[in-house]
Design a binder for this molecule. Structure first.
Ligand code: KG4
Ligand code: ZN
Length: 357
């Protein structure tokens, strides 16, 4: 079975073709970073319009790269949420139109479920059950995963997500968008410890996170001090140490709580090399192991959506929501992952609320 995956929840248009027997046949991503850069962040309306422009060329590219035609596609999986409402609608309407034209099913997929299962696409994939650490621009969550479709939330950020904290702090340090990779690059040239930043909730005894205080601490330093290049690099390094120390400590605590020392990391911040170093060291000291998606599948992409849709279909899982409801496209801008099994779409889900994926 070949599943086409479509991702359009934020500022990347991603398409991919996944074959349940042969694996990932092809995937392609168009990043809108250059377009949003001048505004210092994602402009939702521009994002939606750009997704419209990119979908057909990317589909043509993915089909050519996999040596397939439209007729070889057996099902279409698309990101139905969480994400920016307009951007999600573009992917949903494209998927639904293609599904009607080709007379094949369209499956709404949860963006975070896609991230969470993406390490299973790697050559050396983990077995179930595992602890999952989701660290993206909109989420910082620890989950216990017993099988595809069963996600138990163990703890999450009470305020900013890790990626959001990286982005906001990068802005304070005068770095461009997207801030995470830029801050990580600057941090690599600096020394942590010269500036002292807090480790929020490190000893709270639970699995919750809080990152907004860290950003405020950086803001106070930036306002009250004249920082030269070296200072900015040292501050970036200290910020990265603080975030990664808290995440690694909580991830280990989650593993200990469940006596399960297989940790799967997904989401954009999972590309951070210092975080990877720390997680690897922490888990291996406890006799455990960390699994990551391939580096190019850490950030948003269509491959994880195609794979997630294929897993759900292959295992005969019911869909988290109906593709179409009363003639309206199925999208859900706000959609908690641990509600996945209980959910079905109602038309009020098509409200104008929006959140980052
Ligand atoms: O998963 P993702 O691509 O999109 C969402 O679903 O949010 O994650 C994007 C987030 C952004 O906040 C970005 O700054 C962050 O991941 N990020 C990083 C790195 N690469 C991406 N943060 C820290 N270090 C990185 N190397
Ligand atoms: Zn994402």
């Amino acid at each position: 079975m070949r599943v086409l995956g479509i991702e359009s929840s934020c500022d990347e248009t991603g398409l991919a073709l996944y074959d349940t027997e042969r694996g990932l046949l092809a995937h392609a991503v168009h990043s809108q970073v250059a377009m949003h850069e001048v505004y210092g962040g994602v402009v939702p309306e521009l994002a939606s319009r750009d997704h419209i422009r990119r979908l057909i060329p990317l589909l043509t590219h993915v089909l050519a790269a996999s040596g397939c035609t439209r007729r070889d596609i057996d099902a279409i999986a698309y990101t139905a949420g969480p994400g920016l409402a307009g951007a999600l609608l573009v992917g949903a309407s494209f998927a639904e139109a293609l599904s009607q034209a080709l007379n094949i099913p369209a499956l709404p997929v949860h963006h975070l479920e896609g991230h969470l299962l993406s390490p299973l696409l790697a050559a050396d994939a983990p077995d179930f059950p595992f602890i999952a650490l989701l660290v993206s621009g909109g989420h910082t969550q620890l989950m216990c995963v017993t099988r595809v479709g069963a996600y138990e939330l163990l703890g999450e950020s009470l305020d900013d997500a890790a990626g959001e904290a990286f982005d906001k702090t990068a802005k304070l340090l005068g770095l461009g968008y997207p801030g995470g990779p830029a801050l990580a690059r600057l941090a690599a040239t600096g020394k942590p410890g010269r500036f002292k930043l807090p480790r929020p909730m490190l000893t709270s005894g639970d699995l919750s996170f809080s990152f907004s205080g860290l950003k405020t601490a950086v803001l106070t330093l930036v306002r009250n001090t004249t920082l030269n290049e070296t200072d900015r690099a040292d501050l970036a390094a200290e910020f990265q140490e603080a975030v990664t120390e808290v995440i690694a400590t909580k991830a280990l605590a989650a593993c200990r709580q469940r006596r399960l020392f297989r940790l799967v990391v997904a989401g954009g911040v999972g590309a951070n090399l210092r975080l990877r170093q720390r997680l690897d060291a922490t888990l291996s000291a406890a006799g455990g192991r960390v699994f990551y998606p391939e580096l190019d599948l850490c950030t948003d992409n269509g491959a994880m959506i195609a794979f997630c849709g294929a897993q759900r279909l292959a295992q005969g899982l019911t869909q988290p929501m109906q593709p179409m409801s009363q003639g309206a496209f199925a999208i859900r801008p706000r959609w908690p992952l641990d509600q996945l099994s209980m959910d079905s779409l109602s038309t009020d889900s098509l409200s104008t609320d929006s959140s980052r994926p």
